[in-house]
Design a protein around this ligand. Sequence first.
Ligand SMILES: [Zn+2]
Length: 215
Amino acid sequence: MSPFWEKFWYIFTWMTQGTSYLNARAYAILHRMHHAYSDTEKDPHTPHFFKEVFTMMMHTRNIYNGVLTGTIQVEPKFDKNFPEYPAIDKIADHLMTRLFFAGLYISFYILFATHWWMFLLLPIHFLIGPIQGAIVNWAGHKYGYRNFPDEKDQSKNTLIFDFLMLGELFQNNHHHAGARPNFAAKWWEIDPVYPIIKLFDTIRIIKLVKIKAVQ
Ligand SMILES: [Zn+2]
């Protein structure tokens, strides 16, 4: 990605995450820890050490905050190669900014909702990031089938057409070949985001690179 597109998508991601904005550095570090220590005690989000999803999510939140504030020591191998825009993060992570986004969501409902019960859907918007994380991290390592049974972790493919999490639920395929842009591995599996990645490559918003270990 060119420096222009990197900045563009960084801000775009902030706009779409809104109330549940996640810092890119902390996200990258947690994701790398997850791949390196998948389903072990050092995994920041494995369903296999928790009875239910909320405790797992609180555990993940604590590690995320620790990485963000520096109270958790990060292994140097994880702490590099990610975009950093501290000025954007400072605004995006601020409580007032999150409340501003919450206000936008509420305004949208005031303008367009046709029944009072529709307002009950608002918490989904406020918490869309953690909800997505909970589904992917819990279901993706607990429910489904495995194309690659030799993977040492408990990763699963939960759906054969992942319309729900846009490819993220192909966890077993993803752990098998982490750098592969298409999370679907069999001909009958569909990762709906892969055609968009290919399109972005074709129109040069991104450039896909060939990596040897990818299969
Ligand atoms: Zn995983």
